[in-house]
Design a protein around this ligand. Structure first.
Ligand code: 26W
Length: 823
């Protein structure tokens, strides 16, 4: 990797940045902090020492950033998210600090290879997928555009599970990302807050009888302890804080019980407290609905708010100015209990009246919705909620009463509409609706792509949108170009820089200068050579990990993302089977060699998603063994997809599969990463694909299938997949091969129900889109064989997706939602 960004010596207070000094510091860290002699140091020891030296480089800037925000009384942004899918940090940090070459040289003088040790760092996988990775990109962009911002989340001991594939089935194993310690974090034992659960609420009157306040007496208490990770922005000017909370018992040894002889019981209590931050819930669509999850949500929301209020009171005294100095952002509904918690703190602890507290709350919060899937909308059984958070329940009733009163005075709000906007779902089992709470408690509610935002207005939030017009707005997602171009694709980065200079490094949209090189044959060849080298890098990884050989000359066709029926990995697999069939039946034809790559995790309780992984592996085994298609078709399922795997797979892709059922993928962000790295999208008119198409142009993307509107029409007009399947010989043939057990000779019925679902209801419209998808894939083959055309298309993708930088997204949040200035 060669990110030859010159450090700005004036910006590094007090610390020499030359390779020699760094080598000295690394050696000293190895000796005094790791406690190892270079002659016996392992690669891991070198990684620890190097990471610590890199972290040291951030500390002065970090302190300076904090001091500056404080002295200037800047308004701050607080990003509350139950997930931060960070990945590795060494390369990211030193690259943003402009110290890549210096570190590389320093290490090499010590006989250590930077890339080799960097690859040993474990991924911080404190998230499931898109939402968590977005939070990580936002953290980096907020530092880059110079927003004083804090991320708040949970320091899960066990992040996203490690996926192994055993006999083709997903097996989930705990991910022990902390086993070597986390070199980036600072433990802040002194920064801790008590979090309560359960108990009772009393109404107490002040001594003078003038004032009444609610007093919550929780039955259980745990301690939230802060762990801070510095997050450095591009060019290292600002360093922000990601503060993750870890749960501890309030009284770690419960001395009374311990001394009373009940030391087992005492320790059990401690473990119960710690269990709060033990594990990330691995479901990314259907809420677990479990009490522990609500406990986690309240745990980190309350700790973060107490932290924010303490800081505000210290600096400004009075809490009515909170909206002027703090923008608190809710990443989906997961932290939306913070709305009731802020109300509680303002009223019960700080003595504000309901109206004032409500004004402050709405002025402070903003909420992003990330999904329309009805099953993903969080709601809690009211009885459980009330038992766990009795005071918050009262507050939610009070908020609801105020909102419903407002609605009743509003034109056209009939009983049905009132029921729809209520924070309480009535009927059999009453539930608390967190989406509605987040909506009414925020001054801004945003979707994550233009289509998604429009659909939000028409579906989930139609009535709330009518009651509060103008509150819903769009902020199309983005990705950080540092990690997703400069760091993961150093070859392309160097080539682009050589072609158009450095401007794109600070303004990603300047990548459009590449458009002028499209007709330059030598440039196209160089662009293709970079892609080829990236494909070789991926082929090497696949060979090492899976002992499967891939031909880098073939089309690398990649679908990597969570496994979900709406994302339609099944459509891709069925098409692969159809292609396999075609090649076998017509070996005389001139087939274009293709490698189909899949990766992604399934929620452990999502049966069909796990079955789809098994199907991908069954199909892969059969096809890869068949000499009839050797050299023409290969199928690979890469286990344990995570940020680091993405950094290898995405730069190596020729084709980016973005094939969700239209209307169901809120935005997608993988689609942006692929396009930026010069892959051509085969996709539906869904989420941000639509906006990618608008930017790269219709000729440089392969769009197929039903629109969101057409999907809606079909669903309401009695969609009949059976008739469609019977009218498509290719599809019918592929499906009958799968059901008859061609790929599962050991259990011929394995896929019977899965395929029967396609004939029966096919909710995700695999059948409806199959022929169009297959036709798009054959167009891919045609274009691939006109390599000049292909390369033009690929370059136009890289050139025209700079707008999808998360710097742009964050600037929009800052200006239109948070009201904080940016650079
Ligand atoms: C409560 C269980 C649960 C957990 C996570 C439900 C839903 C989620 C998330 C909404 C899942 C998620 O990651 N959504 C993705 O967010 C990305 C960032 O905005 C979008 O690009 C994806 O389209 C969306 O699926």
């Amino acid at each position: 990797m060669n990110i030859g960004v010159k450090p700005d010596p004036e910006e590094v207070p007090g610390r020499p940045a030359d390779a020699k000094s760094l080598a000295r510091e690394i050696l000293s860290a190895l000796t005094y902090r790791v406690g190892k002699d270079p002659t016996v140091a392992t690669q891991h020891d070198w990684l620890s020492a190097t990471s610590q030296v890199a972290r040291d480089r951030m500390v002065e800037r970090w302190m300076a950033s904090t001091k500056r925000a404080y002295q200037q009384s800047d308004k701050r942004a607080f990003y509350l998210s139950l997930e931060f899918l960070i990945g590795r940090l060494l390369i990211d940090s030193i690259s943003n600090l402009g110290l890549m070459e210096a570190f590389r040289e320093a290490l090499s003088s010590l006989d250590v290879d930077l890339d080799e040790i960097a690859a040993l760092e474990s991924d911080a996988a404190l998230g499931n997928g898109g939402l968590g990775r977005l939070a990580a990109c936002f953290m980096e962009s907020m530092a880059t555009v110079d927003i004083p911002a804090h991320g708040y989340g949970i320091r899960y001991t066990n992040g996203m599970f490690r996926q192994e594939v055993s006999d083709g089935w997903q097996v989930e194993l705990p991910e022990t990302w902390l086993s070597h310690g986390d070199p980036w974090e600072f433990e802040r034992r002194e920064r801790s807050f008590e979090i309560g659960y359960g108990g009772t609420v009393e109404l107490v009157t002040s001594a003078d009888g003038m004032e009444e306040r609610h007093l919550w007496k929780p039955q259980e208490r745990v301690l939230a302890v802060a762990y801070d990770t510095p997050v450095v922005g591009w060019r290292g000017k600002r360093v922000n804080t990601l503060r993750l909370w870890s749960a501890m018992p309030v009284d770690p040894i419960l001395l009374d019980r311990f001394n009373a002889g009940d030391h087992i019981g005492a320790l059990m209590e401690s473990n119960k407290a710690e269990s709060l931050s033990l594990v990330l819930y691995p479901a990314d669509s259907s809420p677990a609905g479990q009490e522990l999850r609500l406990r986690q949500e309240y745990f980190f929301s309350s700790a973060s708010l107490q932290d924010i209020l303490q800081r505000h009171v210290y600096q400004y005294g009075d809490l009515t100015s909170l909206p002027d100095k703090a923008a608190i952002h809710l990443n989906d509904t997961h932290p939306s209990i913070a709305i009731a918690e802020l109300m509680r703190l303002l009223m019960d602890v700080h003595g504000l009246d309901f109206e004032t507290a409500w004004r402050v709350t709405k002025g402070t919060f903003a909420y992003t919705n990330h999904t329309l899937l009805p099953e993903a909308l969080e709601s809690w059984q009211l009885s459980m909620f009330e038992h766990l958070l009795p005071r918050h329940m009262q507050i939610i009733y009070a908020i609801n009463a105020a909102v419903l009163k407002e609605a009743r005075g509003h034109e056209g709000f009939d009983d049905q509409k009132i029921r729809n906007i209520s924070l309480i779902e009535e009927g059999g089992q009453r539930r608390v609706r967190m989406g509605n709470l987040a909506f009414v408690g925020s001054h801004s509610v945003n979707g994550v792509s233009a289509l998604h935002t429009e659909l939000m207005k028409k579906t989930v939030f139609a009535d709330l949108n009518q009651l509060y017009p103008g509150r819903i707005n769009n902020k199309t997602n983005g990705i950080t170009p540092r990690r997703w171009l400069m760091e993961c694709n150093p070859g392309l980065f160097a080539l682009v820089r050589e072609a158009i200079g450095d401007r794109f490094m600070d303004d990603t949209e300047a990548l459009s200068d590449l458009n002028t090189h499209v007709e330059d044959a030598a440039f196209r060849e160089a662009f293709a050579a970079v892609k080829r080298a990236n494909k070789e890098r991926l082929a090497k990884m696949v060979a090492e990990r899976l002992a499967i050989r891939l031909d880098p000359a073939a089309i690398f066709d990649v679908q990597v993302k969570r496994i979900h029926e709406y994302k339609r990995q099944l459509l891709n697999i069925v098409e692969t089977v159809a292609l396999y069939d075609q090649i076998r039946s017509h070996p005389e034809l001139d087939w274009t060699p293709r490698v189909k790559l899949f990766a992604g995790k399934a929620a452990p309780s999502y049966y069909n998603a796990k079955l789809i992984i098994k199907l991908a592996n069954d199909v892969a085994r059969t096809i890869n063994r068949d000499p009839a298609v050797r050299g023409l078709l290969r199928v690979v399922f890469v286990p344990n997809y995570n940020v680091s795997a993405a950094e290898i797979m995405i730069p190596a892709a020729d084709i980016s599969e973005q094939i969700s059922t239209a209307g169901m993928e809120a935005s997608g962000t993988g689609n942006m990463k692929f396009a930026l790295n010069g892959a051509i999208t085969v996709g539906t008119l869904d989420g941000a694909n639509i906006e990618i198409k608008e930017r790269v142009g219709d000729d440089n993307i392969l769009i197929f299938g039903l629109t969101a509107e057409e999907v809606g029409e079909r669903r309401s007009n009695g969609y009949q997949p059976r008739a469609i399947i019977e009218a498509s010989p290719e599809l019918q043939q592929a499906l009958s091969a799968i059901t008859s057990g061609v790929f599962s000779p050991d259990d011929r019925d394995r896929y019977r129900d899965l395929v029967a679902g396609l004939y029966d209801h096919d909710w995700f419209m695999v059948a409806a889109d199959f022929d169009a998808y297959s036709a798009a894939q054959r167009r891919v083959d045609g274009i691939w064989n006109d390599r000049a055309r292909w390369n033009r298309m690929a370059i136009r993708n890289t050139a025209n997706v700079g707008w999808f930088s998360s710097d742009r997204t964050i600037r929009e949040y800052a200006r239109e939602i948070w009201n904080v200035p940016t650079k």
